[in-house]
Design a protein around this ligand. Structure first.
Ligand SMILES: Cc1ncc(C[n+]2csc(CCOP(=O)(O)OP(=O)(O)O)c2C)c(N)n1
Ligand SMILES: CC(=O)[C@@H](O)[C@H](O)COP(=O)(O)O
Ligand SMILES: [Mg+2]
Length: 629
């Protein structure tokens, strides 16, 4: 029986000998490769924090000491050491979440997978400990070098540094990468500190050598050590952290459990805010990950553990269409530039960057900065395209509103992973963008239904230079092309069903499909027609502002059904109903979409079914509404 299976709580970890901790690390790595290759997940990041997490649980006592993981994708090892070793259902409905989960364990605090928030959480928890006079506990926040490029992290550091008594340890998990190598001044500074690994070795050598010469040597070392700050200036440029008033410990080899544990114990003993700069390697110990140039197996699907190759080849999807079309646009328009927030490959900008490196900008995990910088680029005569996952634009709403829209900036936002994503949990579903952006004056939003409408929407969007435009599409594979029978003032009619002759009064239904939900709308329309109804199914590509022709169509039917992959409250359907009411249209509406709830991790299909977005659900609700008339 392996050592890992004997670990049921952090106390068990603290009882291990150094040799046993080294063996535990080997077993954990084997476990991660074996299990995550079967389920998919964040293999690379977790392979990089095996020794670090063991050391944390040995130097501190969770849950009395609070552990906070930034982004949370690197918390699998933490789960293994806190009583959760059944990974068969990882990221699956009713299985382990891929992120910390309070419902799973008292050892988990921050569930949201949005980066750069951990230090603010830690600041707040540490303040609460101070106010509540809980003087016997620490807060330990693990933040990656990538997350450290997010502005919120620096807002927190500014606050944390303000109080020397804050028992707060910031572990900078520095593997030099977000997905790709981390960019920017912060990353460069960490590089500088990283390369002075010799600094610690130099000091260690000095202490051993001088102490061997007896009292004079010990005096000399103490004198030198007293000069450490000055020495550090020489060997390791003065850390920006210490300039801010934070003690800095490191850089430490994050794959040496004993050294990391010693550094953490030093930090704990300090009793104030401390940075522990830990050097790790994403994908450590698994050759396919170590050799993965793109992103070191940041997030993998099911893979063959021996080779790291995907079990199923990735299919041509929405992202690939964007990747292809934006290059074509870039060839035609030299003013088009692209911005990514540390996700060049995941959002499909790698080909554009390859061909137009000088027109591609990776701003780090800094969506707010990306948006306002894009407004600046538009002012400078460019047409910026900001490509992010839909859910991550949430944090830049004010920048969209007050920098892009207020200044009528021709910025195009491309929102990948819009709608239900599923297995990454509640904070990853791109379900808020349409309800959020519908109140931005002048903003235009497109929800294409297939490859052709996506390409057209992108080309239209980059031609709008006096207002922000948004093109949103879901994660994964494209559906079949959906041709329009006709286009009526921006509203594509994709199907008509007439039950032979004039439909009896009260039997005309308009089904409005938004984006990826057009498939459900088409299937529902066919079923409704089988009930003797006259049905028109429409799929407007540009859904915000609501097309006037769509409002008119609503008035020409006895029932309107809207289906959207976003929050229903304040969504496209709600906006259409509101516009119709304002124009005296009395047609009843039925809205299918997502609730104002956080949707637990499950597959997209499971959530589509659970949220009643299937054709049969649309039909059931439409017939019920007609029966009430
Ligand atoms: C606000 C936000 N933007 C983008 C992402 C997507 N994302 C998830 S993990 C990651 C990289 C994080 O890098 P780092 O903090 O260095 O952690 P590592 O994976 O290297 O351990 C990114 C960009 C996110 N989770 N949150
Ligand atoms: C943690 C994080 O935000 C990303 O790594 C996310 O898991 C990526 O999801 P996709 O697999 O949809 O790219
Ligand atoms: Mg990193």
């Amino acid at each position: 029986m392996g050592l890992l299976s004997t670990i049921t709580s952090p106390e068990d970890v603290r009882r291990l000998t150094p040799a046993q901790t080294r063996r535990l690390a080997v077993e954990i790595r084997d476990f991660l490769v074996e299990n995550v290759s079967r389920t998919g997940g964040h293999l690379g990041p977790n392979l990089g924090v095996v020794e670090l997490t063991i050391a944390m649980h040995r130097a501190f006592a969770s849950p009395r000491d609070t552990f906070v993981f930034d982004t949370g994708h690197q918390s699998y090892v933490h789960k293994l050491l806190t009583g959760r070793q059944d990974f068969t259902g990882l990221r699956k409905r009713d299985g382990l979440s891929g992120y910390p989960s309070r419902a799973e364990s008292e050892h988990d605090v921050v569930e949201n997978s949005h980066a750069s928030t951990a230090l603010s959480w830690a600041d707040g928890i540490a303040k609460a400990n101070t106010v509540a006079r809980r003087d016997d506990r620490h807060v330990v926040a693990v933040i990656g070098d990538g997350a450290l490029t997010g502005g919120m992290a620096w807002e927190a550091i500014n606050n944390i540094a303000a109080d020397a008594d804050r028992r707060l340890v910031i572990v900078v998990n520095d593997n030099g990468r977000s997905y790709s190598p981390t960019i920017g001044g912060v990353a460069n500074h960490l590089d500088t500190l990283r390369v002075t690994r010799g600094y610690e070795a130099f000091l260690g050598w000095g202490k051993r050598t001088l102490h061997r010469t007896g009292a004079p040597g010990r005096f000399a070392y103490d004198w030198l050590h007293g000069l450490k700050k000055g020495l550090k200036d020489v060997v390791a440029p003065q850390g920006m952290f210490e300039d801010l008033g934070l003690k800095y410990i490191g850089p430490v080899d994050g794959h040496d459990t004993a050294a990391t544990e010693a550094a953490l114990r030093r930090a704990k003993a300090f009793g104030g805010p401390v940075i522990v700069h830990v050097m790790t390697e994403k994908g450590r110990g698994y050759t396919p990950a170590e050799e993965d140039v793109a992103d070191r197996f940041h997030a993998v699907g099911k893979i063959h553990p021996e080779t790291g190759l995907p079990v199923a080849p990735s299919r041509f999807g929405w992202t690939q269409v964007f990747a292809d079309e934006i290059v074509a646009i870039g060839r035609r328009r030299s003013d088009v530039v692209c911005l990514t927030a540390a996700m060049l490959h995941p959002v499909g900008l790698a080909p554009f960057a390859e061909e137009f490196p000088e027109r591609t900008f990776d701003v780090g995990i800094a969506e707010q900065h990306a948006v306002t910088s894009a407004a600046g680029m538009a002012f400078g005569g460019l047409h910026p395209v900001v490509a992010v996952y839909a859910t991550f634009l949430n944090r830049a709403f004010d920048q969209v509103l007050m920098d892009a829209a207020l200044h009528k900036a021709g910025v195009t936002f491309v929102l990948d992973r819009a709608g239900i994503t599923g297995d990454d949990g509640a904070s990853h579903n791109g379900m808020w963008d349409m309800a959020m952006l519908r109140i931005v004056p002048g903003l235009r939003l497109a929800a294409p239904r297939d490859e052709a409408t996506l390409r057209t929407a992108l080309r239209t969007a980059v031609d709008v230079d006096d207002a922000p435009t948004v093109v949103r599409y879901p994660k994964g594979a494209l559906g079949e092309p959906i041709e329009a029978l006709e286009e009526l003032e921006g509203v594509d009619v994709v199907a008509r069903h007439t039950p032979g002759g004039e439909a009896p009064a009260g039997r005309k239904v308009l089904v409005v499909g938004v984006g990826s939900m057009v498939g459900s709308a088409l299937a529902a329309g066919e079923s409704l027609a089988a009930h003797g109804l006259e049905v028109d199914i429409v799929a407007p590509t540009w859904v915000l502002p609501v097309p006037e022709r769509l409002v008119k169509m609503a008035g020409e039917h006895d029932l309107v059904v809207t289906v959207e992959d976003g929050v229903v409250d304040g969504g496209v359907g709600a906006m259409l109903a509101q516009r119709a009411a304002e124009q005296g249209v009395r047609t009843p509406f039925v809205h299918r979409g997502l609730p104002v709830e956080f949707l637990d991790h499950a597959s997209r299909d499971q959530i589509v079914t659970a949220q009643r977005l299937r054709a049969e659900d649309v039909v059931r609700d439409a017939l019920a509404a007609l029966a009430q008339d």
